[in-house]
Structures are given as structure tokens and as C-alpha cells.
Design a protein around this ligand. Sequence first.
Ligand SMILES: [Zn+2]
Ligand SMILES: [Zn+2]
Ligand SMILES: [Zn+2]
Length: 278
Amino acid sequence: MKLHFYGTAASEGVPAIFCECAYCKKIRALGGKNYRFRTCAQVDEGLLIDFSMDGYAQTLCRGLDLSAIDHLLVTHSHEDHLFPLGLMQIKPPMAYYDRERHLDVYGNGMVMKKIREMADAFNPEGEILRDYLGLREVSPFETFSVGDYRVTALPANHDKREDCFIYVIEREGHTLLYGHDSAMFAEETWEALGRFSFDCVVLDCTMVEKTGIFAGHMGLPDNIRVRERMLAEGMADAHTRFVATHFVHSQNPVHERITPIFAEKGFIAAYDGMEVEF
Ligand SMILES: [Zn+2]
Ligand SMILES: [Zn+2]
Ligand SMILES: [Zn+2]
């Protein structure tokens, strides 16, 4: 399995659009791997996880090829993970094809509601939802097929107003945990995670090397606790790749600064354009 990161920032982007802090000034001067779009990742060729307002920019600047994407898994409905207006561009006169085009979108009830509301406003004739987008509402603890993948939606600890999910994605004996956005997992989620043995674990690291600043998120100290428990309880072993992502601008997520700090604790600090294979 291959996981490609198109966006590794928290909701404001890095640097943050309105921000004049010293970190953002430095990051604007450095550019390169320090620029982080809002979150998005691709599994192998056809499965995308989350699609934000940066989706369009990611097609221009990060090599995201939406023509290859047949399935979209959405973790939750926050705007840095779901941009319904972007999905409306899938149909003529915004997009033309010489083939059938269909994108299946999987997510919680709030994700479905936000996409439906946008489709009703944008396309009252209903072709988008009839011919182009397949909406698949998913329930907590449900296991379902997504193309060749077996996906299990587990409750994140993120926003009580909706069923935010982390996803376990399996194919041909390889297992990925896509674990954000979430604060420390609840025991019922841990119990379900205990059935798997992971090749790759991607975690919410909004607070970079701090913790306790943003509710509903983790930082490196929390990521370390997750890793230690997974290793202790057999969900992970020495070959498991642990990746931290979803960094906030205000904790100085400069790539060269955080890479050794995370590596020392057994983590790969993600950057836009990074690919892990497992
Ligand atoms: Zn987020
Ligand atoms: Zn800033
Ligand atoms: Zn969120």
C-alpha cells in the first residue's frame, strides 16, 4: 500500500493566510516543504481521504490527479476536510469527459447533509447526485467495501456534534490507520483497534510537540502514548511506520526543525508531497 500526502496542515494552512507571526514570516521566506495545504491524502491510485478547499490548488501544485479518484473517504465535515462546492465541479459544464464519471463519497450523516445541501443549491435538477456522486453514509464501527479495500469507521474523539471517524483501511494483508482528526481515542475505539495489526499509523499532531492547547486534537506527547500502547498491546511492532500530520502554524512546524524531534520518538513528520509505502 502507498500513502501520498497532499496536505499536512491544520485548518488555517501553514503559513496561515492572515497571520503575521514570526513563524509564518519565516515559513513564507523558507517555502518548499514548509508550505502546508489543508489535509488530504491518497491511498494507492484511486482512493482519496478528505477533500478540502485546497483540493484545486493541490491539483495545480502537488500533483493531485482527480481523474484517477473513484472513491473519497471523508473523516468529518469540518471545512478543512470537506469542501462540498469543490465536489460540485464534477459535472458539465464545469467538467467534460469522454467516459462515464462517478465518485463515491463515504462519510457520516453530517458529511452527507452538507454535500446534499450544496447539491440542492448548485444543481436543483439533481444530476450531480443522480449521475456523478454516490453518497454512502457510514455508521460508527461499520466495516464496508471501498473498491478493493475493506474499510472500518471508528469513532474519533474530535467533535461531539457529529460522528467523526478515523478509518482502518485494509487490502491484501496490509493495514493502515488513518487517525485524524482526533484527541486521545476513547476506550471503545481502542478495543476495536486491538483487533488489527497495523503497517502504518497516521496520527493527528495539530499541537506539534505540545499538548493541551487545542481540544479534539493531539500533539507529539499524545502520539507517543498512542504508539507505546499500540506496541505494548500488539497493534504495532518494529516494522510499523508512525506518521504525524495536521500541524498548526502557531507551533513552528518548520520541516527541518521538527523532522529530527519526531524521528527520535519513532515518528515520521509528514510534509506535502511525502509518500510512505508499506
Ligand atoms: Zn482538521
Ligand atoms: Zn502564524
Ligand atoms: Zn476537524
